[in-house]
Design a protein around this ligand. Sequence first.
Ligand code: HAM
Length: 424
Amino acid sequence: MKLTTKPRGTNDIGPGEIELWLELEEKIRWVCHAYGYTELRTPIFEHTELFQRGIGETTDIVEKEMYTFIDRGDRSLTLRPEGTAPVVRSYLENKMGAGALPVKLFYYGPMFRYERPQAGRYRQFTQFGLEVLGSADPLLDVEAIVLPMELYKACGLSGFEVEINSIGCPTCRKEYRDKLVAYAEPYNDELCGSCQSRLHRNPLRLLDCKVEKCKEIMENAPSILDYLCGDCKEHFNMVITYLDALDIKYKLNSRLVRGFDYYTRTVFEMTYAGLGSQNAIGGGGRYDGLIEECGGPPTPAVGYAVGVERLLLALKSQNSSDFTSKGPKAYLVHFGGETKLKAAEIAYFLRGQGLWIELDYLDRSVRAQMKAANRLKSENVLVFGEDELSRNAVVVRNMGSGEEKQVNLGDLKQLLITLGADTE
Ligand code: HAM
């Protein structure tokens, strides 16, 4: 093992990249504020049992993807592979249900899954998620679709698709499950290894197997939508009615099942075709039984999580102009000596106004400094030439328009106005 190599499936997020992340985080907070969601920060690790019970023993995540370890007190702990179960645990532990309902929470942070790394699939990745607990209103299912859509749009992403399905409640699903097993059993020998092992343990997952032969076989499988009970049908119809009323474009996909046992009724996923095989930029659904499963009273809930790395990959692939990192307000070019002293003084003043200001610390030529300003995408360049300084002035060049202006340094307010930074 090399000390200079990061663990497989992890990423460093540094200069040139972090700016996009910070901008995205700002947008997340803005959109959550508009929809009345409050942030919840839960621990990075939880008791392993929370995920085993919450996500489901037979899911891929619990069977083979969790980072589980025994601590020095002999407890089994797991790095969180997702955010829903921890939110439910926190909701119950902090008795949030005793306050005003529904409780609307969002979270942002790293998740961990031992998956085979590839573009868009990592072992440590970041999710922005939202959860609404304490209401069965189908309008909240729609809100859990609309809010992330607003975020995608605010980032400038276009061309993503919304897929939606209902997987019913435990009652109607039981009948469907039996029908599905009866349909797939005769094909058992033709199914892939994981579908064979899932056929009796978790047959719904056969519907989203990516193996060609399995896809072919499942093409004619019965549709869950034909087996929904009256209440589930009514709920799904209302979701569709709201989506249509809001003019949200979606695709009904009766094969969409998602990889968690906690889902009931509505499930949804958003995809961006330009991402290749890892094209889901987020997913979610209703989970009306999870809170009870974790020891609480029956409480309906719904949520969604955005894969942040994938969203940023999608934005980069479409070269979103709304979402490119901005440079400093100004780069201060100096000629050393007195001019550097003056540049340092003005940098100190401008930074005190909260502006991002850069200057040269390597005593480079003016040409090299201009190059550095360009590379950083500086909005303006301030040239501290000796001639101008003898008149206590500086030349301000707007890098966008190329326009140049001499500004008297005795009037710093004028300098702020010229930089477009006067907030009065
Ligand atoms: P999920 O579909 O497993 O759902 O994850 C949501 C999103 O996280 C995915 O659509 C994808 O963009 C991203 N993601 C998942 N795994 C990886 C990975 N290994 N590398 C990079 N990105 C990844 C959930 O986690 C549910 N808790 C969502 C939810 C919230 N349901 C209800 N409330």
